[in-house]
Write a new protein. Structure first.
Length: 293
């Protein structure tokens, strides 16, 4: 399968518009459409619903994109790595991360601690926990910063670097001073798309059920900043990690719920058999919230 077809598919899936995708790929719309048709023919599935000028991923297309995205990231990493072999840097470090590692400043602060005194070429890759675990096993990542670490075994070491409470976010016009589970049962909710992180969705629903309510998830988005924007527009309630509180507009209200058993946890994970000093230097630069295991 031609990687050019996969890049074209991923670009169209992102923009949902052949013309815009063609402009981004520096080709015309007609050959791009033919590439998508060729890929669908090779796979024997329909990747997109055609809706006038827009293309929407089918369920099969969405599942295929979930596999194509980490593959393209891995291909780009290999290309960069091959080019870096001629450089004089001390080495290369590929770090995967979830959004919480950025919002909490865990990742940028750790890089800042080592950047001035190290010649290591650091490459960052935003991806979900499951993708990081898979690429770590394949040695396509050196360190993973993720919510759900692999099961403890002989291959990996891990370090807990963050445990952070969750805050309830409400439109100011709908603020509830002391929310109860019964109050929250009546609201519309905003959450990440379930297919992006099934484990996180399961934890959210389990915690809410344990607290005594079931959130009516009306809007699904991609990431906490998108969820915040929807709350600001008055579309519903959501949860965010505490370190995002400084980014909240004055049109919303924040409340901590001591009765809700939900928090953000972040782990650093790396291979036990990889003893390169660049990895140890980065791990030592991370906060020490838990002992190494």
């Amino acid at each position: 399968m031609d990687i050019k077809l996969l890049r074209s598919f991923a670009t169209v899936a992102l923009l949902e518009h052949v013309g815009q995708a063609a402009e981004k790929l520096h080709i015309s719309a007609s050959p791009l459409s033919r590439q998508i048709q060729q890929l669908e023919s090779e796979l024997g599935i329909t990747l997109f619903h055609r809706e006038k000028k827009r293309l929407r991923l089918t369920e099969a297309g969405r599942k295929f994109l979930d596999e194509v995205t980490p593959f393209l990231q891995h291909h780009a990493r290999l290309t960069d790595y091959g080019r870096s072999l001629t450089q004089t840097a001390k080495g290369r470090l590929d770090i995967g991360y979830v959004e919480a590692a950025i919002h909490s400043r865990i990742l940028p602060d750790a890089i800042a601690r080592i950047d001035q005194q190290s010649g290591t070429a650091i490459h960052l890759h935003a991806m979900r926990s499951q993708q990081q675990r898979e690429l770590l096993e394949e040695r396509a990542l050196d360190v993973a910063l993720l919510h759900t670490p692999p099961e403890k075994g002989d291959w990996f070491l891990q370090k807990k670097v963050l445990t952070e409470p969750i805050l309830l976010v409400m439109p100011k016009a709908q603020t509830i001073a002391t929310p109860t589970p019964a109050d929250l049962q009546k609201q519309r909710w905003i959450a990440d798309h379930a297919h992006l992180n099934p484990a996180a969705r399961a934890r959210l629903l389990a915690a809410c059920e344990q607290a005594g309510f079931q959130p009516d998830i009306t809007f699904e988005v991609n990431g906490p900043l998108a969820a915040l924007a929807c709350v600001e527009a008055g579309l519903g309630f959501t949860f965010i990690q505490q370190s995002l509180a400084s980014r909240v507009a004055d049109t919303v209200s924040l409340v901590m719920l001591p009765w809700l058993p939900l928090e953000i946890t972040l782990y650093a994970v790396w291979r036990k058999d990889d003893n390169r000093p660049q990895i140890r230097e980065f791990i030592d630069a991370l906060p020490r919230r838990d002992a190494l295991t």
